[in-house]
Design a protein around this ligand. Structure first.
Ligand code: SF4
Length: 342
């Protein structure tokens, strides 16, 4: 299979009349200006110069509500990419948008221009949570949008945001279950952060929103990610991209940010699984492919310290999807299912 690359085009807040409490697009993606056709072409050309020729490339319109901009402007961007698709330099287009900005007219145009994936920023399937986040749409509208995207033969992506105002462990897990029922091809999970200069920051200052702690975020994401993966959904990302601004604390006020959030989640999933075996058997001898070592020992060897005495042996004849624990073979699916059954 050819390696996949995105050529990202951040269209910022352009075209978005909404004001979701968590959003300050400018702060997240670092762009403040709208993207011109020249910007678009320049970015594509720059990426084409450095990406391997024999790879699968998609121009990815992220950052805003692509289908919220005018049909004419959408067409201009899509035409801008089309010439690269026609020449075989780019293989498709992906974009992110809101579920309430999907309709037949929009979809007809997207299909015509080879849009291959639409990622819906659903965030939550709980209407109360959506209302409290100033991002309300009836859930039926989400279902309709998902079905319509699939009926056009376009890949569906669903973005979820655990930890929004009014959410609980249960509402977030329930949202993940409803997302799975829509059978998306892929998903992104972004635990909520309080970004500067957002309504959420004001809510936090007024004591109306409690920041999502890292432990709580990991604990919710463990279940959500396990459920998505067990159901064959490709999880593209867990946690916001660690931009320099985020790393340096210049953007997020509070919340569950960790530069290796996904590894943290995976490490906890493996810790819980192995710790139970250790308690039952009284010892822990693990054989694994070297690619799994970091999950087993955890970030900064956190798991190793918690296990105390245990034996870890590298055995690269084992597939990355399997580990041998105390002489018994387990597959990643077993580990994720155990996580879900606890
Ligand atoms: S999250 Fe999306 S829909 Fe909400 S305000 Fe930001 S750009 Fe607009």
């Amino acid at each position: 299979m050819k390696k996949h690359y995105n050529i990202p085009i951040f269209i910022s807040h352009f075209g978005c009349p909404n004001a979701c409490v968590f959003c300050n697009q400018k702060k997240i993606n670092g762009r403040e200006t709208d993207v011109t056709l020249e910007d678009l072409e320049k970015t594509i050309e720059e990426y084409l110069e450095i990406l391997p020729e024999n790879s699968y490339k998609e121009v990815a319109f992220f950052g805003g509500t692509f289908t919220g901009i005018s049909m004419a402007k959408q067409k201009e961007y899509l035409e801008g990419v089309k010439k690269y698709i026609d020449k075989g330099f780019v293989q498709g287009i992906r974009l992110s948008t809101r579920p309430d900005y999907i309709n037949k007219e929009v979809m007809d145009q997207l299909k015509k221009y080879h849009v291959t994936t639409i990622e819906l920023g659903v965030q939550s399937f709980d209407e109360e949570v959506l209302k409290k986040s100033a991002r309300y749409y009836p859930i039926n509208m989400v279902y309709e949008a998902c079905k319509m995207i699939k009926s056009y033969g376009i890949n569906l992506g669903i973005q979820l945001m655990p930890g929004l105002p009014g959410s609980t462990f249960e509402t977030d897990f329930e949202s993940a279950k409803k997302a799975v029922a829509m059978q998306p091809e892929n998903a992104r999970v972004y635990p909520t952060l309080i970004i500067k200069e957002t309504e959420m920051e004001e809510m936090y200052k007024r004591g109306e929103y409690e920041a999502f702690s890292l432990d709580e975020a990991v604990s919710r994401c463990r279940k959500i990610c396990s459920l998505l993966e067990v159901n064959g959904i490709n999880i593209i990302r867990v946690g916001l991209q660690p931009s320099d601004d985020l790393r340096n604390g210049g953007v997020a006020v509070e919340g569950a940010f960790h530069p290796a959030f996904r590894e943290l989640v995976d490490g906890e999933i493996y810790f819980n699984f192995l710790e139970k075996i250790k308690i039952k058997d009284g010892f822990l001898n693990v054989k694994t492919n070297e690619k799994n070592v970091s999950k087993i020992v955890g970030i900064k060897k956190k798991n190793s310290e918690r296990f105390g005495k245990f034996k870890l042996e590298i055995d690269n004849s084992l597939d990355i999807s399997e580990i041998d624990v105390n002489g018994k073979r387990y597959f990643r699916k077993d580990i994720l299912e155990k996580e879900l059954s606890d």
